[in-house]
Ligand binder design. Structure first.
Ligand SMILES: *[C@@H]1O[C@H](CO)[C@@H](O)[C@H](O)[C@H]1NC(C)=O
Ligand SMILES: *[C@@H]1O[C@H](CO)[C@@H](O)[C@H](O)[C@H]1NC(C)=O
Ligand SMILES: *[C@@H]1O[C@H](CO)[C@@H](O)[C@H](O)[C@H]1NC(C)=O
Ligand SMILES: *[C@@H]1O[C@H](CO)[C@@H](O)[C@H](O)[C@H]1NC(C)=O
Length: 401
């Protein structure tokens, strides 16, 4: 069974270098309360509020924030008028949010498949973020994963998704960081393994940002992890169609027979590219098909199938509520990427959109294999730009302007 994707991988001809590689710009999330989601990013992580580009018709609520230095943006949006009758974002939130365990502990019931939808950011110093979350009484947990790195996992309110922050430094001697046993074979809330030691003050690769009136460390982009129905195919798709490169997945205790299928790809930017954290961008695709609890009512496979069958219609040039959940990357030429998709063997469909002000979007429904929609954005008009629908036409149906 596993042989086929592997052989396919060997046969993959990577994209040429004719176009710029996709460069991380933003992540968009459905939210039950966009204002509260944005405020959470501001209060606990030092993001800055920015005006939303989204149209201001009455059926849309949206709230945007940006991280200084990297300029990475988080967009939160709610469009109840787009909800499909059979399956709404609100239905999904009810299920996924409740499936998460008590995030204050790492036990066999904490980590679920849907928590693999998480953007991963990186900071030189976790200390102030850790302290802010503690003071605010926000549930979160931390796991160690590399010789010296550790990750903090917290839920963004209203979105049923997780934010992951990676760091090497935490000046809090009694903080608990458990071993990253994703399969939870021995995992219990009492099996704390790592005692983080305050690290010596290493010199920061990035300056602290004082814009919040305090001196918070900068948070930079690092990766997007997607709960992917088909991680191996997702990797091949990303290599063939988006210019990614294979990279060895970094969870030594995790493999397909134990609990999860995992594939990683990296965008290896040419020398001279601005990399705010000093690292390339990665996609991590994970199907935690055997995570505890072992028999979820809805898995990431059945979720993806449900969205594809009951909600999505990119073939009919129609946008939907679930397509809000997507990662956005900048490219210099949308036509180049659209041409690569023509006749693709994955059955992946796509639509073009514009903000009506000279910015164009190629919205790719790879969600059936990668878990999330992937959007490319450019200020170069694609062929046929005059016929491209505006976001307003999608989002403002049945509403007063
Ligand atoms: C928002 O609009 C501005 C001005 O048109 C544009 O430069 C920017 O790229 C847009 N951002 C996104 C994420 O679409
Ligand atoms: C979550 O776990 C923490 C730590 O074990 C515990 O103090 C807290 O009461 C738990 N919360 C709930 C809602 O069970
Ligand atoms: C689980 O615990 C047992 C007993 O301590 C140990 O022998 C075994 O290696 C552990 N398994 C994993 C996967 O960590
Ligand atoms: C690191 O530097 C900060 C600010 O100068 C200081 O408060 C902290 O104690 C230092 N931590 C260590 C482990 O030296």
């Amino acid at each position: 069974m596993m042989l086929m994707p592997f052989l396919l991988l060997l046969a993959v001809a990577p994209l040429g270098t004719l176009a710029s590689l996709p460069y991380p710009v933003a992540t968009t999330y459905n939210s039950l309360d966009p204002q509260a989601s944005a405020q959470f990013m501001i209060d606990y992580f030092g993001a800055l509020s920015i005006p939303s580009n989204t149209t201001s018709c009455s059926s849309v609520t949206s709230s945007w924030v940006r991280f200084p230095t990297s300029n990475y943006e988080f967009h939160f949006i709610s469009t109840p008028s787009l909800a499909a009758d059979s399956f709404t974002f609100s239905d999904f939130e009810d299920y996924a949010h409740l499936s998460f365990g008590n995030l204050t502990e790492v036990s066999a019931s904490t980590y679920t498949q849907f928590m693999d939808f998480h953007v991963g950011m990186i900071t030189d110093d976790m200390t102030p973020f850790y302290q802010a979350l503690k003071v605010g009484g926000v549930p979160f947990f931390m796991v160690g994963q590399y010789p010296s790195f550790f990750d903090l996992f917290v839920e963004i309110p209203g979105t049923a998704t997780i934010l992951e922050i990676t760091s090497q430094r935490l000046d809090v001697p009694d903080a608990k960081i458990s071993e990253w046993d994703i399969c939870q074979v021995n995992g219990t809330s009492s099996s704390w393994k790592l005692d983080p030691q305050p690290l010596p003050n290493v010199s920061s690769s990035v300056a602290r940002d004082g814009s919040r009136g305090e001196s918070w460390p900068v948070i930079n982009w690092r990766k997007t992890t997607m709960a992917a129905p088909h991680p191996a195919l997702a990797e091949i798709f990303t290599i063939k169609h988006l210019g990614g490169k294979h990279v060895q997945q970094g969870h030594p205790g995790v493999w397909v027979r134990r609990c999860a299928k995992i594939s990683w790809v990296e965008f290896e930017y040419p020398e001279g590219t601005y990399l705010p954290g000093g690292i390339n961008y990665q996609f991590h695709f994970v199907d935690g098909y055997k995570y505890p609890p072992h028999e979820p009512e809805m898995t990431i496979e059945t979720f993806a199938e449900k969205v594809e069958k009951e909600v999505r219609d990119f073939g009919g040039d129609s946008f939907d509520e679930f397509a809000h959940n997507r990662v956005t990357m900048w490219v210099d030429d949308l036509d180049y990427y659209a041409e690569q998709l023509v006749g693709n063997e994955f059955g992946v469909e796509w639509i073009f959109r514009t903000d009506g002000g000279g910015v164009y979007y190629l919205v790719i429904d790879s969600a059936g294999i990668t878990g999330n929609v992937i959007e490319l954005v450019s200020d170069k008009a694609p062929v046929g730009a005059a016929d491209v629908k505006t976001w307003e036409e999608d989002l403002c149906q049945n509403s007063e302007q």
